[in-house]
Unconditional design. Sequence first.
Length: 317
Amino acid sequence: MNTLQNPQSSQGSSQETSRQAFPYRGRFAPSPTGPLHAGSLASALGSWLDARAHGGQWLVRIEDVDTPRTVQGSDQIILQQLIACGLYWDEEVVWQSKRTALYQAALDQLNKDQMTYRCICSRKHIEETLRANGAELGRHEELIYPGNCRNQNRHEEKAAIRVSLPSSCVLQFKDRMKGVQSQDLTTQVGDFVLRRADGLFTYQLAVVVDDHLQDITHIVRGEDLFSNTARQLYLQQILGYQIPSYLHLPLVTNAAGEKLSKQTQALGINTNTKEATLDALNTAASHLDIWGDALKPLSTIDEWLSIAIKIWQHKGW
């Protein structure tokens, strides 16, 4: 595969020296299931502006660990769209699909520390157990794992691997926009999956390992990922990783109030011309509440971004 190169990337410099020089390291981590749409551009812009406003670095990671959902070629389309919008990254792009050995090493550590167990429960089996216990389940609702396999000492090869949570596991963190937040993982989530029965690593484990290995200090992402934060904090703690700062941006939704996504037929942004690209950036800025008269008359994308950085700085996040 020919990787699209960022024309302003510092890929030729020493990445280790570069990391030491920048106490702020952020990232944008899209899943390659299609081109950027208005929602994913808002997340990309918000994370890029936050990094630049703090004089930091901004990385791009392609989160294709869930290979069945990957749309061939969409990663290159995403990178081209980012370049068209002037959102340049500072180090080589990484693909999760090429990093499975790193995720396995982290899982091996947790297995060795006896913090995981094998699980053969299907979603249907979990639903039946929860209903038998009196739970009322909504459509597409996330299931709180009831612990069916927790003490079974299973050895089946084709089994999911779950983390074994303590009897009380309340995680508290401060979101830069939402303030102090907390979640009881034991009662609100249950033992969650780290590697699926088909052998694929889950987002929860992969993102934690990648953020650690890339020295990510600040995470700015969409509110749809907010509910994952406590799970990731727990993994960071038991793996001995640093804890990043979090900021969750409001979601862009369609007329029905649904999150924009491939599933809701979200249209890709148009970056074929400078005018179309500026329109897309203005739409994203409006959603992030930074659009105003200062951005309207600008004729180049670089000028637009320069003003947007200053507006973001005044937000004080």
